[in-house]
Design a protein around this ligand. Sequence first.
Ligand SMILES: Nc1ncnc2c1ncn2[C@@H]1O[C@H](COP(=O)(O)OP(=O)(O)OP(=O)(O)O)[C@@H](O)[C@H]1O
Length: 314
Amino acid sequence: MIEAQGLTKRYGGKTAVSDLTFDVRPGIVTGFLGPNGAGKSTTMRMIVGLDTPSAGTVTVNGKPYAEHRAPLREVGALLEARSIHTGRSARNHLLALAATTGIPVRRVDEVLELVGLAEVAGKRVRGFSLGMGQRLGIASALLGDPHTLVLDEPVNGLDPEGILWIRTLLRSLAAEGRTVFVSSHLMSEMALTAEQVIIIGKGRLLADVDVSEVITGSSRNVVKVRTPKAAELRELLARPAVTIASSAADRLEVTGLSSDEIGTAALEHGIPVFELTPVLASLEEAFMELTRDSVEFGITAPAMESVESAGGQR
Ligand SMILES: Nc1ncnc2c1ncn2[C@@H]1O[C@H](COP(=O)(O)OP(=O)(O)OP(=O)(O)O)[C@@H](O)[C@H]1O
């Protein structure tokens, strides 16, 4: 469990992180979203004691990181791993790290296998691609078999296969009961990986929500229906909270009713249905709606768009 209370970081006159309060729970993947410069890395550095808060606190399993007796075994972190430039081999890099923390050699080989670097373990890290470097960074984070993982943009530089691999890895680590906190500037990626997302913008908390609840609760969810009696079904389903559009004579797009409700109503009136497809809103659509309607979060759709438009390459 990671607990931030009023966490604030100022650099001179600039406030990079402003009064953040959130919990990151064990057993699930929690995404940390925000555009470039939102304060994600600064927050993560404070979690692992690399930066000191100007105000507020952040603890891992009840204590500040530095107060843990064996921090590497408590928290594994990947922060700007791209900066590993060394003449050492991947295995030697991990062996050196393991030696300083009393981690057995066997664990080094285990993590090399786990991240898919076993075959290149003897190669110099200097020649590694960005993706291989990321894998090595993740291996370092996992070395102490920590209960808590803090990973800053781990999919950066990975190809589609690597992205799928990390998504599966993070979910399985969380399923083992670990706390997994992972930052990204890509909302679409977090929709597939995280169960909870904490969104920040300009250092401030914008939202802290359950991904599936946000999506299933969205009124942008549509059920696509194909029926030869579209006009009849349309009349049957019409009511104030239901919106029905039609893109062809035999098609309806229904908002405000579930596929179960539509299917049952059609059956009761002997209307044949050839297709009934619920189409869930994307996470960004659901968030746009959530934030537009919510004064509490205090942001508007353009602010959320900037979260997504900051996507693509860094
Ligand atoms: N050491 C520092 N000195 C001064 N300003 C800093 C320092 N570190 C970060 N900042 C500023 O704090 C703000 C937040 O930066 P941070 O790197 O935490 O954002 P981020 O959300 O992680 O973005 P990115 O995805 O680009 O890394 C930025 O405006 C950045 O310029």
